[in-house]
Design a protein around this ligand. Sequence first.
Ligand code: F6P
Length: 365
Amino acid sequence: MAGSKRIGVLTSGGDCAGLNAVIRAVVLRAINTYGWQVIGVKQGTLGLLSRPPAHVELSLTDFTGPVLRTGGTILETTTRGDPFAFPMPDGSVADRSEEVIAGYRELDLDALVVLGGDGSFRIMRRLAEQGGIDLVGIPKTIDNDLSKTENAIGFVTAVNVATEALDRLQPTAASHSRLMILEVMGRDAGHIALASGLAGGADVILIPEIPYRLETIAAKIEALRKKEGRNFALMVVAEGVKTETGEAVTVTDTDAEGKPRYGGIGTYLGGRLPALTGADTRVTTLGHVQRGGVPSATDRILGSAFGVRAVDLVAEGRFGRMVVWQNRRVVDVPIEDAIATHRRVDVDGDLVKTARGLGVCFGDE
Ligand code: F6P
């Protein structure tokens, strides 16, 4: 046994399905195997800014019910309030990092297990360095754009949701002879669009990694009519796809990092394709539906494996590491390596090749 410890667990950044499976695994491993105490920090770093720090002691009985099966995070989370540039009520921005570190100290924690994406880990690493916090990371993001892990928590559930949306759109598309455009999330990566487009039998998949031309898409729809006698078409577009002239389509407000929030490329395309195709066209923007709901079996399994391994890293005193999934194994890498680059869709990879092999149009040839 690795001594008596009191460890914290915290969810940070956008939520996704599978977070509760990870929290459960952290608690079960820490208590059952090591006999430690586990403190859940509420609302990410905001919980460490509150006085007293917002927290809850987690016990085995918290997980006897349906928690494993639920979306969201029982600890709540936030995408706002970077402690190094915290937005104050008077409109100014303050460095409140020392307060967060003081909150961590007040909880008397020996280590902190954080579930986050790249934005969260950029902040958490700085905090850990500044405050001497022993940190272990677990990757979660529906965008699946962290470079060192084949899968992040939440991705597969999001793909399943988008696939189900295509399953639901196909019959109504066929009934009304329509072109259905489904806009999915993913920020600057097309992983959700590509995977769900493949699984859901899309005819056209647009991803940020592959430039497209509207005429090419129109030609594909015409070919479906002529060659297959098809009266409908399904198209998936990733939110990060730009207009033909290269402008990002965004909503008015910005995200936590001050970057514009994507949204609207489906509507943009839906406004232009009818003139070129003659197709009655409808647009569905899936939005946050992709983040909620019952976590897939894969996200529960991966979440369980990540949670157990993260606690073992604490026991081994191996900090500043992130647990990742590589070649069907849970391994760990330095957090800085895991967030150094974004993993985008490999345009020469097997999934793109498979789609092309099926005749899927990416709008480029
Ligand atoms: O990073 C996850 C994600 O769901 C993106 O796919 C999406 O662009 C963004 O977060 C939405 O953020 P918010 O929840 O702040 O609207």
